[in-house]
Design a protein around this ligand. Structure first.
Ligand code: ARG
Length: 228
């Protein structure tokens, strides 16, 4: 997947997991849209190729990249040391923290992670939210592939909380007024676009494009489009 190969193929193949609004989600027209997908479109446009989006479970994205099934991961993916051992990340393009989402019935409004001990907590398999919650002894962690399923369980009362990144947490709470964010845990994460390790050419192209999007004001326009 050198740039030449991508151009020859005529399409850029981006892997994502689309239950993560406003970064990537399925809209009324059944299209995967969002902040990340607009960045993906910009990348494809600047390469002069089409964009193909491949939806996968979040924990299958890195394996798919390693196997060469996708060129890039754009999925609100936090740059972590563990992941950076197996993939290369672009410059950070977004800052994030984890949020605890609960039902708005006033019965359980944890203000810190430790209060999740003894509770059932839903996360997305393989995310940083999964890691953070799994580190605390005594939490019953229930892992889902889709955040939409995690929130169904919260709605049904089968779990006590969902832990996920703050911006998607806000988007879900907006959609389901029965939920609220009881607290935000400062995890100081940053998102990066992942390429196969050693794919310098593609990585440089992604980094250059991110720079251009920022300096041209496009990045800020996308922030306004998806976050207000
Ligand atoms: N930022 C978190 C992580 O990297 C969650 C990302 C989930 N993204 C998604 N598209 N489902 O682990």
């Amino acid at each position: 997947q050198s740039l030449t190969e991508i151009k020859k193929r005529g399409k850029l193949i981006v892997g994502t997991e689309p239950t993560f609004p406003p970064f990537e989600f399925v809209d009324e027209k059944n299209q995967v849209v969002g902040f990340d997908m607009d960045i993906a479109n910009e990348l494809a446009k600047r390469l002069g190729v089409k964009l193909e989006i491949v939806n996968l479970p979040f924990d299958s994205l890195i394996p798919a990249l390693l196997q060469g099934k996708i060129d890039l991961i754009i999925a609100g993916m936090t740059i972590t040391e563990e992941r950076a051992k197996v993939v290369d990340f672009s410059k950070p393009y977004f800052e994030a923290n984890q949020a605890i989402v609960v039902r708005k019935d006033g019965k359980f409004e944890p203000k810190k992670l430790e209060e999740l001990v003894g509770k059932k907590v839903a996360v997305q398999l393989g995310t940083t939210g999964d890691l953070v919650v799994s580190e605390i002894n005594g939490v019953q962690v229930v892992r889902f592939q889709k955040f939409t399923d995690a929130f169904l369980e919260l709605q049904n009362g089968r779990v006590d909380a969902v832990v996920l990144d703050e911006a998607p947490a806000k988007a879900y709470v907006k959609k389901f007024p029965k939920f609220l964010i009881s607290t935000v845990v400062d995890t100081g994460e940053t998102y990066g676009i992942a390429v196969k390790k050693g794919n310098k050419e593609l990585l440089n192209f992604v980094n250059q494009t991110l720079d251009i999007l920022k300096s041209s004001g496009t990045y800020n326009k996308l922030i306004q489009k998806w976050f207000e």
